[in-house]
Design a protein around this ligand. Structure first.
Ligand code: ZN
Ligand code: ZN
Ligand code: ZN
Length: 386
């Protein structure tokens, strides 16, 4: 390593520390104004967002205790401790050994704090133990406090989401161009290739790769199986993974493109034209100050007007970050306002049960004045005869 690159690496590390301590400060502020005394982070994305450390989903408890008015402590199983990148500016590390009572240690760290937020993904076995050990405490889900904070992406997070989206776009381009063969292959086989390409393009892991062909295209979360893709079918491909930019926690990609294996008939052509228009209208409506539910309505009203009301069976979008699905949700009833820094999907679908379906999905970020789509792969209906 040259002196210059050593300096750059050190600079990147302290930038991360800065970003994380700013996040902790905002969490403490939000806790205090919600009348909460401490946040307990176990499994889920709150922990890597705050510390860079992602706990394995195992039975031995990992808990970050973040009091409003005292230093944070990260309690980890001793055998996991070597995986933690310690950062004294953020938290002190407290490894615990098999045979010790982790719940009692957490209760000791919590001390006299009584109003506690706990991460949503905490296993109930741990939470029930903590509740037994702290009988006077009140408990709230951390999403009510941390969710809105995590929804607002800072610059480094947007850079990571953009890198993940660009990598997914390169896989999508291979799908649209026919470089990824479809005809005569099983959905599972194509799914595996999409996943392998996500990894080849820089993702650390594949989170899902849905391939729904023919009638399966009408099932939005279809599990790819041994069905062989035939000629003249719509094929919905929805895939994403987690990509690490530098040393930060991983951020997700999520893209859907629908292709046809042969010249489409007028029915599919019309359906897709409506879908494309709905997706573009919903994206165009994104700007700070618009209600989340209005992004959904902007796309849905076009689909409704074209007569497909009963065929668009899910919300139009979800927030994305360290988790594939997180705040904010673009759904009827969510009157919260879009803010600059919100990153989310816009993904209308039209599904004709037993026959065919289509979906188009991009990740977008709300900017100070409007919207920045992170996915750039073409939206036009591509015919793939390979
Ligand atoms: Zn989905
Ligand atoms: Zn998706
Ligand atoms: Zn999605």
């Amino acid at each position: 390593m040259t002196a210059a690159s050593a300096f750059a690496a050190g600079g990147a590390a302290s930038a991360l520390t800065e970003a994380r301590s700013a996040r902790m400060a905002r969490v403490r502020e939000a806790l205090a104004s919600a009348g909460l005394d401490a946040l307990l982070c176990s499994l889920g994305a709150d922990l890597p967002w705050l510390t860079g450390y992602e706990a394995m989903p195992l039975e031995r408890p990992t808990v970050l205790v973040l009091p409003v008015d005292a230093d944070a402590t990260l309690l980890v199983p001793r055998l996991e401790a070597p995986r933690v990148r310690e950062d004294g500016a953020l938290f002190s590390l407290r490894p615990w050994s098999d045979g010790e009572d982790a719940v009692a240690i957490v209760a000791g760290l919590v001390g006299r704090a009584r109003h506690l937020a706990v991460s949503d993904r905490t296993w109930s076995s741990l939470l029930l133990g903590l509740q037994g050990a702290m009988s006077g405490a009140t408990w709230s889900p951390s999403s009510t406090v941390v969710g809105p904070l995590r929804a607002l992406k800072d610059e480094s997070e947007i850079a990571a989401l953009a890198a993940a989206a660009a990598a997914a776009d390169r896989v999508a381009a291979a799908l649209l161009s026919g470089e990824i063969a479809l005809l005569g292959r099983s959905e599972a086989d194509v799914s595996a290739e999409l996943g392998a390409r996500l990894v080849a393009e820089g993702h650390a892991k594949v989170n899902f790769a849905i391939v729904g062909s023919g009638p399966n295209a009408a099932s939005p979360h279809h599990e790819p199986g041994d069905r062989l893709i035939g000629r003249g079918e719509t094929v919905v491909c929805d895939f994403g993974g987690t990509l690490h930019l530098g040393e930060d926690a991983g951020y997700c990609s999520d893209i859907t493109r629908t292709v046809v294996t042969g010249e489409p008939g007028s029915e599919v052509r019309e359906l897709y034209e409506v879908l494309e228009r709905a997706q573009a209208a919903a994206v165009a409506t994104v700007r700070p100050g618009i209600a989340c539910e209005d992004v959904d309505r902007a796309g849905r009203s076009i689909i409704d007007a074209a007569g497909y009301r009963d065929h668009f069976v899910h919300r139009i979008g979800h927030g994305i970050g360290i988790e594939e699905h997180e705040d904010p949700y673009m759904v009827e009833g969510n009157t919260a306002l879009v803010e600059a820094g919100h990153a989310f999907s816009v993904e209308p679908g039209i599904y004709v049960s037993g026959r065919f379906g289509a979906r188009v999905e991009d990740i977008v970020v709300a900017t100070g004045t409007g919207v920045r789509p992170l996915n750039r792969a073409d939206h036009a209906l591509h015919v793939v005869e390979a």
